[in-house]
Write a protein that binds this ligand. Structure first.
Ligand code: 4LI
Ligand code: NI
Length: 191
């Protein structure tokens, strides 16, 4: 299983590389990696597993974060709705591509965290509020998904990793807490 020891941290050159596209059929090693990445996220969100294995909770992870420079991400965003036991979005996405997005932007009120960044970086990270993403699943089937708000932010953060981009590259260096006009802030009482 994947633990924090497998996760490379900022400063490692792999995090700044553009990852390579995958081709199908996936080999068994890549398939296993994809399954392990999704399992890591699920474990990291389980209080007992997280404590036992010292996992930091995450909702997204990209293959370059485990030093595999391939275009593969896993996302597991739990439902906030108590009535609904299904996760809001849980998938492995291979060769993901944002094919369209809203003009409207959003950002997290408390900023973004990253499994590869062991410090708090204050500042708003502007993201598209809605995205349409084309990708392939583990079986090589072509998929299209429309996401908004938190799941959309997570997928954008993870696709950035495939392009060597860190979330803090998107924070305004002169004024980290300046908000672009008309941005919608997620996780505030107005939500
Ligand atoms: C425990 C169990 C407050 C601070 C609020 C925790 C289950 C920050 C937010 C979680 C923040 C779960 C998250 C991300 C932020 C902050 C990621 C807690 C795990 C909230 C996910 C990739 C950015 C994603 C909202 C510096 C490791 N995740 N919080 N950002 N959660 N989580 N990101 N921001 N301020 N990062 O981190 O997985 S996109 Cl689900
Ligand atoms: Ni990250």
């Amino acid at each position: 299983m994947i633990t924090m020891n497998d996760v490379i941290r900022e400063g490692h050159p792999t995090l700044r590389k553009k990852a390579d596209a995958l081709s199908f059929p996936l080999d068994s090693e890549m398939r296993k990696l994809a399954e392990d990445m999704l399992e890591f996220l699920i474990n990291s969100q389980d209080p007992d597993m997280a404590e036992k294995y010292e996992l930091r909770p995450g909702v997204g992870i990209a293959a370059p974060q485990v030093d595999v420079s391939k275009r593969l991400i896993a996302v597991h965003v739990p439902s906030q709705d108590e009535e609904n036991p299904d996760p809001e979005f849980s998938s492995v996405l291979i060769n993901p591509k944002i094919v369209s997005h809203s003009v409207q932007q959003t950002c997290l009120a408390d900023g973004e965290g990253c499994l590869s960044v062991d410090r708090e970086v204050p500042g708003y990270v502007p993201r598209h509020k809605r995205v349409t993403v084309d990708y392939y699943d583990l079986n090589g089937e072509k998929k299209k998904v429309r996401l908004r708000d938190f799941p959309a932010i997570v997928v954008q953060h993870e696709i950035d990793h495939l392009n060597g981009v860190m979330f803090y590259d998107r924070i305004d260096p002169d004024n980290p807490l300046a908000l672009p006009d008309d941005i919608d802030v997620l996780g505030t009482v107005e939500e």
